[in-house]
Design a protein around this ligand. Structure first.
Ligand code: CMC
Length: 381
């Protein structure tokens, strides 16, 4: 038995290697830290989807393709515009992706057909999120003309004005860092759904549903709410003590894979958070996160609990002035690249995912007619 499937290898993959020994993450053999420094999200997506870095011409073509797909079918546009304002943006995004399938011919089940659906979905996710966000604020949608990247397009469509080059680059780095992370719960969900030969829309819809949970991507919203609740560096210890005393987990800490040392992505995230804090002359959120890291570390590092990406992502998104509940769809927009890559890779040698379980329930009970049953001592709920 493998509770939580810990340590179980479910497929061979050429997409992402988490090198625990050297504290490194490699996307298709390339060091993620180098990609975060020198690459762009578009180039990284190309690498993840097509298996190698593009040439100048290929990257230009791919960027054009993404730009051409940054639109929503009219029924999806209406759906996100009219979604209840109180709806969570991640739920609106999940519903939008599901609705994108309507009216499409989904009969071709080849990896190539799923890949081109994946590119369409990935390209249109920022607009779906931004249209909803602006509609709930009573603002009309913006479709930025002339945005030079996915990151710039997203921030511009959300805010209604062009972000600075520095903000765009920070979001681009976040997209690269969040783009892929091996066989995490949402990637596994996407692959599991796709293994039935369900289409890419179904797989990505399910992956977004998985990402939402607070043990997975939802932690980047909880971590941001934690920073806001704490609000002053002097409150950190009291806040952590009260959470632990109540038996609650600290968002942004702990990881299934990183139990013997911190997540390698933190090096990039901490440096980016530091740069943004310095540029803004506002160290508050960074300092709260650093104090959290020290204090939670002093209490929990003996259990193998270190900060995870969601703690510093929350700090970075604070400095980018993202509304807190946008942290999670922002993660989904980036991670779509990894989901698509895994689904396409698995589809090339598909086998239905169908695990088993160990039965531990009662055996050989005799059916008692309804009229003869006695009230059980404990109710079954
Ligand atoms: N705060 C306090 N205690 C914790 C935490 C935490 N954040 N995480 C784990 N623990 C404790 C847990 O209570 C357990 O203690 P004990 O052995 O005394 O019962 C021990 O550590 C092991 O926990 P586990 O649940 O067996 O560990 P896991 O590998 O199944 O869980 C995790 C990993 C991410 C679900 C968990 O660390 C957690 O709930 N973290 C908080 C939520 C979070 O930040 N999630 C984001 C994960 S990384 C990004 C992503 O996936 O998107």
């Amino acid at each position: 038995m493998y509770p939580g499937l810990e340590g179980v290898e479910v497929k061979e993959s050429e997409i992402c290697f988490i090198d625990l020994e050297n504290s490194k993450i490699w996307y298709r053999g390339y060091d993620l830290e180098e990609l975060a420094q020198y690459s762009t999200y578009e180039e990284t997506v190309y690498l993840l989807l097509y298996g190698r870095l593009p040439t100048v011409g290929e990257l230009g073509e791919f960027s054009k393709k993404l730009a051409a797909h940054r639109r929503l079918p009219s029924h999806v546009y209406d759906l996100v515009t009219n979604a209840p304002k109180s709806g969570e943006p991640i739920d609106v995004l999940r519903t939008a992706v599901s609705a994108m399938a309507l009216g499409e011919d989904l009969s071709d089940k080849s990896p190539e057909a799923e890949l081109s659906r994946g590119v369409k979905i990935l390209a249109s996710m920022p607009l779906a999120v931004a249209v909803f966000h602006r509609a709930r604020d009573g603002q009309s949608a913006i479709t930025p003309e002339g945005a030079e990247s996915h990151a710039e397009y997203y921030l511009w469509a959300l805010r209604g004005e062009r972000p600075t080059a520095r903000e765009t680059r920070a979001m681009d780095v976040m997209f690269i860092i969040y783009a892929e992370h091996s066989m995490n719960n949402s990637a596994f969900t996407a692959v599991t759904v796709s293994s039935t030969l369900a289409d890419m829309y179904a797989a990505i819809t399910a992956a977004i549903a998985s990402l939402k949970g607070p043990l997975h991507g939802g932690a980047n919203v909880d971590a941001a709410r934690m920073l806001e609740e704490i609000n002053r560096i002097g409150n950190v210890e009291k806040w952590v003590d009260s959470q632990l005393a109540a038996g609650r987990r600290i968002p942004g800490f702990g990881h299934r894979i990183y139990k013997r040392g911190p997540d390698p992505r933190l090096r990039v995230l901490k440096s980016l958070a530091g740069d943004l804090a310095a540029e803004r002359g506002d160290y508050k959120w960074l300092e709260i996160a650093q104090r959290l890291e020290e204090y939670v570390g002093s209490k929990l590092s003996q259990k193998g609990i270190y900060p995870n990406t969601d703690l510093y992502a929350a700090v970075i998104f604070k400095y980018l002035q993202l509304p807190v509940d946008m942290n999670l769809p922002t993660f989904a927009i980036a991670r779509a690249a990894g989901w698509v890559a895994h689904v396409v890779e698995y589809r090339r040698a598909n086998r239905l995912i169908r695990p088993t379980e160990r039965y531990r329930g009662p055996a050989r009970l005799r059916y008692v007619p309804l009229s003869q049953r006695e009230t059980p001592t404990a109710s079954v709920g």
